[in-house]
Design a protein around this ligand. Structure first.
Ligand code: ADP
Ligand code: MG
Length: 392
């Protein structure tokens, strides 16, 4: 790990010519030498920069080198900075520096021996660089540890989602299967009792259509899950053909009218203009069925209106209900897979319908958007580009 910033050195001397001479000796590549003409100036610089070493002239008017060193020792930021005193040869250094790390204080004698100065500074700079490298390693380790923790949390979350998903799927499958199971038990009982009146043509027809609905529910769940895995793996492909959209909407609305009746409402279709385009009719039907099923399910039993607007090179299908609508903070979320609105006591789904529908719209080069004022209903708008000839 390479530290890009230069190593900073501080030299303190009251005589400018001494500063110049010392600077010339210790200057080097990737080093920055700062000058201070007094102890006060030095303190200001010390607080501003991170120095690898401070070289202090002992004899200075005002604050001398020892006093400066004492102040440096008293401050957290400057305490670890190694100090080299410069003093005239022969002078007694009868001053004790308690509290300094061993080896953090050294002495150079005047007149300065260039070789000795250079090698001392080398040692301190090397020490500083080692410490810096170590610090970087500790930081990197810390970052790696945090990343690991984050991944752990994500994994945990994924596992939780999977468990939740499995219980959701089981529940969704269980409901229609339970109904089918009860039906078969009931029929067995009638048979055992020899009650053949329960198996008249009309009764059988009703039974079969009930069975059919439950089977369709299961098939739809499975198809939705398969669609999601196709979308996720990029294997969803469209089979476009010439589609007459107003006709398609008419058929879907008719198919869902009995379902609307069971929740006591109606679906109104407003599609006066036939609109032909090059789309995958199976997928477009899937989108519209999803939107209508949702409007019946979450639309508070209010009438649902489907409108078709035909533009020069696009069409828009609006599915509008007057139910409770979607809270602002959920308007983006409900298009994500497995996102279900909270507090909906309606028969549950897997939260895949809108996700799949938007993906299908986008695969057509179109879009699926929601506009809803909570309390005043929801409008889901499917927009599709339209060409009457197969696109290139
Ligand atoms: N017309 C609507 N009005 C209010 N909320 C809706 C409407 N359509 C969808 N939602 C909300 O969006 C959620 C996701 O819908 P969807 O993806 O179709 O999944 P599912 O129907 O399985 O819950 C629903 O659970 C519901 O909370
Ligand atoms: Mg749905």
């Amino acid at each position: 790990m390479q530290d890009a910033s230069p190593t900073k050195l501080l030299i303190v001397d009251d005589l400018p010519e001494n500063l110049q001479a010392l600077d010339a000796l210790i200057r080097g590549e990737r080093r920055e030498v700062h000058h201070a003409g007094s102890g006060e100036e030095a303190l200001a610089l010390l607080l501003q920069h991170d120095f690898a070493l401070a070289i202090l002239d002992v004899q200075m008017p005002g604050m001398d080198g020892f006093e400066l060193a004492e102040l440096m020792r008293g401050t957290e930021k400057t305490r670890p900075i190694p100090i080299v005193f410069v003093t005239a040869a022969g002078k007694e250094l009868n001053y004790s520096f308690k509290g300094y790390e061993a080896g953090a204080v050294d002495v150079l004698y005047k007149p300065l021996d260039p070789g000795a100065v250079k090698s001392k500074v080398e040692v301190f700079v090397a020490l500083h660089q080692q410490r810096e490298a170590m610090r970087q390693q500790v930081l990197a380790l810390e970052a790696a540890r945090r990343q690991q923790e984050e991944m752990q949390a994500q994994l945990q979350h994924a596992l939780l989602m999977r468990d939740e998903f499995m219980s959701m799927v089981s529940h969704e499958m269980r409901t229609p299967l339970n109904t089918l199971y009860l039906e078969t038990q009931l029929r067995k009982m009638q048979l055992d009792r020899g009650n053949m009146a329960a198996f008249g043509a009309e009764q059988l027809r009703r039974m079969l259509s009930r069975d059919d609905r439950q089977i369709q529910n299961i098939v739809r769940l499975i198809d939705d899950m398969l669609d999601v895995s196709r979308i996720r793996s990029g294997k969803l492909s469209l089979r476009p053909g010439l589609v007459q959209l107003a006709g398609l909407l008419g058929r879907v609305v008719q198919d869902l009218t009995p379902q609307a009746a069971t929740v006591g409402t109606t679906i109104v279709l407003d599609a006066p203009t036939p609109a032909c385009g090059w789309w995958d009719d199976f997928r477009i039907e899937q989108i519209v069925v999803n939107l209508l099923t949702n409007a019946l399910r979450y639309g508070g039993g209010q009438p649902v209106v489907v409108t078709l607007a035909v533009m020069a090179d696009s069409v828009r299908v609006d599915v509008r209900d007057s139910g409770p609508g979607v809270a602002l903070e959920n308007q983006g979320k409900i298009f994500e897979p497995y996102e279900r609105g909270v507090g909906s006591d309606a028969p549950a789904g897997l939260g895949l319908g809108l996700y799949i529908s938007r993906q299908l719209a986008e695969a057509h080069g179109g879009s699926l958007t929601l506009s809803s004022v909570p309390g005043a209903g929801a409008v889901f708008s499917l927009t599709l580009p339209r060409t009457e000839a197969p696109p290139a």
